[in-house]
Design a protein around this ligand. Structure first.
Ligand code: KG4
Ligand code: ZN
Length: 338
């Protein structure tokens, strides 16, 4: 019985393909990042992303097959992200997957990008107890899910405005640290004092778990401009306390994520939290979950950093489970931004 799945991911600004056996055994993983193409604009430009995926997709699939020493004839099936994401970007991956699957008579499965991020946290270990809670914090999403199995997720809470990664990217821009802001802020924060500036932490009025980062972003802006909202943002070289701003901002995001996640875990009666998405790379977030979790008797599980940010291993991995469950897609299946 063939056990290899080809995964294809193109929902945002990474073109990725991977070969994974039986949902866990990684045979190859190729990620072509578009960061350099979007950096000049300070964020992802959908039209640029779509065109870049078109150029990269076939070479990336070829590289994934070559790295695994595999052929399309070795595949059990093809898994592709078809939702949510940038529609023009999703269509490149979906059309490629459909064409390859149709030409080779292979089954096709469509994967939800967020569910794949959650799956990434379970993929590298055998000891995850369901049900558990999942926090997905990426550039496009920040939400909590009750996870009954890797194929059964229920939304518990989400952000009222920005995603956590988006806040990192916007503040990175304000501080002149470039795009993406997350890794750059984490580096700058190493030199700063996380207690230097008391930035606000979001907490809902009724105590229910949830997230919001727009107030925090505005607080950073006022800190940089003084209290005059019309004043220009100072150029990066004139921000004397940049490491302190970075460290204090990062601490506010981390506190907001950890506090609201722990509150949801208590409310849902769950003692394991899967933490996934690009922001889960953040070292301070990992430390804080370890500290607070130990106090609350809660276990936090993170994927390896390479499987936190967008990749196709998580798509091929979850794709295997969808194939096993017989959840194959029709040829007329479409992509969806939501
Ligand atoms: O999951 P991902 O690769 O793409 C989306 O699905 O959005 O996440 C990218 C996001 C970016 O906003 C980036 O700034 C953030 O993850 N990120 C980080 C770190 N590494 C990446 N945020 C904080 N700390 C990091 N070390
Ligand atoms: Zn993602």
């Amino acid at each position: 019985m063939k056990d290899l799945v080809l995964g294809i991911e193109s929902s945002c600004d990474d073109t990725a393909a991977a070969l994974v056996a039986r949902g866990r055994e990684v045979r190859s993983s190729i990620v072509h990042s578009q960061v350099a193409e979007h950096a000049v604009f300070g964020g992802v430009v959908p039209e640029v992303a779509g065109r870049s995926h078109l150029r990269a997709i076939l070479p990336v699939v070829d590289d994934a097959l070559a790295q695994a020493g595999a052929d399309l004839d070795d595949l059990r099936g093809i898994a592709v992200t078809n939702r949510p994401g940038l529609i023009g970007s999703l269509l490149v991956g979906l059309s490629t997957a459909k064409a390859l699957a149709f030409a080779r008579g292979l089954p096709l499965v469509c994967v939800h990008h967020i569910e794949a991020h959650v799956y990434a946290a379970t993929m590298e270990r055998e000891d995850v107890d369901f049900p558990c809670l999942a926090l997905v914090a990426s550039g496009g999403h920040t939400a909590l899910y009750r996870v009954r199995s890797c194929l059964d997720l229920e939304l518990v809470a989400t952000t009222l405005d920005d995603a956590a990664g988006e806040a990192f990217d916007k503040v990175g821009q304000l501080l002149g640290l470039g795009y993406p802001g997350g890794p750059a802020i984490a580096r700058a924060a190493l030199e700063g004092d996380r207690r230097a500036i008391a930035f606000p932490r979001y907490r809902s009025k009724d105590g229910a778990p949830g997230f919001s980062f727009s107030g925090l972003k505005t607080a950073v802006l006022y800190h940089l401009r003084g209290q005059d909202a019309l004043a220009p943002t100072p150029p990066p070289e004139e921000i004397g306390d940049r490491p302190d701003v970075a460290a204090s901002f990062q601490e506010a995001v981390v506190d907001t994520l950890v506090e609201n996640t722990l509150r949801a875990a208590r409310a849902e009666g769950l003692d394991t939290v899967l933490v996934a998405g690009g922001v889960a790379c953040n070292q301070r977030l990992r430390e804080a979950f370890a500290e607070h979790g130990a106090r609350d008797g809660l276990r936090a599980i993170f994927p390896s950093p390479a499987y936190c940010t967008d990749n196709a291993v998580m798509i091929a991995g979850l794709g295997w489970h969808l194939l096993e469950a017989g959840r194959t897609a029709d040829w007329n299946v479409d992509a969806s931004p939501r």
